[in-house]
Design a protein around this ligand. Structure first.
Ligand code: GLN
Length: 192
């Protein structure tokens, strides 16, 4: 949907580059901070940042029930890094009071790549993206430890899946907004 209103959750973390990416692709990006902002969007990006903080802010902003409702109604969501953690059904290594939204049936492990690999880049083969490998930036990234039967794995590293989709929900363990390659944003937009 070319003119789609794509919300970018802007409570914390790296919202700005997602906004710029969707603007460049001809969509209408909308920063989402309140339930009223969320009500008007056709899709939502949950960006990277810190999932424990995002979880707290979803509560204090009043967004959590509104977001859970929209997700249950089939809202397309792109969750990246901490956003992938927020979309998961189950989180390993989370804080006890950390709560995800359960937008797709995956279990994620936080900070899965160990100290030496806190931050790294990897060329991912993503079958459905034409034009060669995707240079993916991982920053204290999670990995998918279990993917349910409905979940398509679109890319993986030796540690496990790092890009998955279930219906309209796409989750990436990396930061596709860094590095200037907009193919993942584009394919998300095309499916809205
Ligand atoms: N390690 C962070 C978390 O657990 C995610 C890091 C990121 O979003 N780059 O929330």
């Amino acid at each position: 949907m070319p003119g789609a209103r794509v919300g970018v959750l802007a409570l914390q973390g790296s919202a700005r580059l997602h906004v710029a990416a969707f603007a460049e692709l001809g969509a209408t990006p909308v920063e989402v901070r309140t339930p009223a902002d969320l009500a008007g969007v056709d899709a939502l990006v949950v960006p990277g940042g810190e999932s424990t903080t995002l979880s707290l802010l979803l509560g204090s902003s009043g967004l959590r029930p509104a977001l859970e409702d929209r997700v249950a109604g089939g809202l397309p969501v792109l969750g990246t890094c901490a956003g992938m953690i927020m979309c998961a059904g189950e989180v390993l290594g989370g804080r006890p009071d950390q709560r995800s939204v359960g937008a797709l049936d995956i279990t994620v492990r936080r900070n899965a790549f160990g100290r030496q690999r806190e931050s790294f880049e990897a060329d991912l083969d993503i079958d459905e993206l034409a034009g060669g490998p995707f240079a993916a930036v991982f920053i204290r990234a999670p990995v998918v430890a279990r993917a349910g039967p409905e979940v398509e794995v679109l890319a993986r590293l030796p540690e496990g899946p790092v890009l998955c989709r279930s219906g309209g929900v796409v989750v990436a363990a990396f930061h596709p907004e860094l590095g200037g390659d907009l193919r993942l944003h584009q394919s998300f937009l095309e499916r809205i």
